[in-house]
Ligand binder design. Structure first.
Ligand SMILES: NC(=O)c1ccc[n+]([C@@H]2O[C@H](COP(=O)([O-])OP(=O)(O)OC[C@H]3O[C@@H](n4cnc5c(N)ncnc54)[C@H](O)[C@@H]3O)[C@@H](O)[C@H]2O)c1
Length: 264
C-alpha cells in the first residue's frame, strides 16, 4: 500500500503503524492538487506493488468564510484539492485497473456538509461534487468490475481543530476517534465488499449509516405543462406547502412566512 500525504511525515506515521501490524506500505508526499502529483502517486504504486487495486481519496483542506466574503483563492484551493484531486487520482487509478482487467475499488470522502453548511460554500460545493462524481463513476465503471463509494466521516482531527466561531475563537468539539472511520473503508476496499457501489456511508463514532440518494420528491403534474399564470395560481397549494428542510442540521422548513428583507 502507498500512503500519500503532502506532509510526508504524517504519511510515514501511518506506514509505521501498518508495518508494526505486519503489513507492507510505503510513504509518498505528492501534492494531489495537481494532475502530475496524482500521476506520479499512482505510477509509484504500480511500480512498487506491480498493480493498482484501489484508491482512497481522503486528502482535504478547509478555507471557511461566509459566502459574501469568500475569495476566489479560497474557493479555488478547496475545489482543486477536493474535486480535482479526487478526479485526477481516481482517473489515473481507474485507467490502470481497466488496463489490468482486475476490477478494483474507489473510496471517496464526502461530508454531510454537502447538504449545505454555514460558512462552507467552497467545501460544501466540493463535497457535493464528490458525491455526484461517486454516483456517476459507479454507473460508468461497474462494467469493468470497479466499484465506487464514498464515506462521510466524523472525527476529531487537525481539520476540526480549524473550526472557529463567529468571533474567530477555536470551537471545542467532543472527541471522536478518527480510527473508527477506517473499518468501513477497509470493508469497501476488500473483496467482501464487492457488492457495494454507488453508496455514501456515514461513518465515525458509533454510527454506520447509508445516506439517502438524492431523488425528485413531491410532484405536481399539469396536462400540457406549466405556464407562468398556472405556476402563480397553483404553486403554493400544490407544492408550496411541502418545501423541504435544507442544510446539514435539517431544521423544519423555516420560511413559510417569507424570506424577509431586513428593515434598513
Ligand atoms: N474530520 C471530520 O469530521 C470530517 C468530516 C467530514 C469529512 N471529512 C473529510 O475527511 C478527509 C480527511 O480529513 P481529516 O479530518 O482527517 O483532516 P486532516 O487535516 O487531519 O487530514 C487531511 C490530510 O490531507 C492532507 N492534504 C491536504 N492537501 C493535500 C494535497 N494537496 N496533497 C496531499 N495531501 C494533502 C493534509 O496534509 C492532511 O494530513 C477530508 O477529505 C475531509 O474533508 C472530515
Amino acid at each position: 500500500m502507498v500512503v500519500n500525504d503532502v506532509d510526508i511525515a504524517e504519511a510515514q506515521k501511518v506506514v509505521d503503524e501498518i508495518e508494526e501490524a505486519g503489513g507492507s506500505a510505503r510513504a509518498s508526499g505528492h501534492d494531489i492538487g495537481t494532475r502530475v502529483g496524482c500521476e506520479e502517486l499512482i505510477e509509484g504504486c504500480a511500480v512498487e506493488f506491480g498493480r493498482v487495486d484501489g484508491v482512497v481519496n481522503n486528502a482535504g483542506i478547509v478555507r471557511d468564510r461566509t459566502f459574501l466574503k469568500m475569495s476566489d483563492e479560497e474557493f479555488d484551493d478547496v475545489y482543486r484539492i477536493h474535486v480535482k484531486g479526487t478526479f485526477w487520482c481516481s482517473q489515473e487509478a481507474a485507467r490502470r485497473m481497466v488496463e489490468q482487467g482486475t476490477g478494483g475499488s474507489i473510496v471517496n470522502t464526502t461530508s454531510g456538509a454537502h447538504m449545505g453548511n454555514f460558512g462552507q460554500t467552497n467545501y460544501a460545493g466540493a463535497k457535493g461534487a464528490i458525491a455526484s462524481m461517486t454516483y456517476t463513476w459507479a454507473m460508468e465503471l461497474a462494467r469493468y468490475g470497479i466499484r465506487v463509494n464514498s464515506i462521510a466521516p466524523q472525527a476529531t482531527t487537525r481539520m476540526t481543530g480549524a473550526i472557529r466561531d463567529k468571533e474567530g475563537k477555536t470551537v471545542e468539539v467532543p472527541f471522536i476517534d478518527p480510527n473508527l472511520n477506517a473499518p468501513v473503508v477497509a470493508y469497501l476496499m476488500s473483496d467482501e465488499g464487492n457488492y457495494v457501489t454507488g453508496q455514501i456511508i456515514g461513518t465515525g463514532g458509533d454510527r454506520l449509516v447509508i445516506m439517502d440518494q438524492p431523488a425528485y420528491g413531491a410532484t405536481a403534474l399539469r396536462e400540457g405543462g406549466w405556464s407562468v399564470d398556472s405556476v402563480r395560481k397553483y404553486f403554493k397549494q400544490s407544492l408550496g406547502n411541502r418545501l423541504e428542510s435544507f442544510g446539514l442540521r435539517k431544521a423544519p422548513y423555516p420560511h413559510y412566512d417569507g424570506v424577509g428583507v431586513p428593515n434598513r
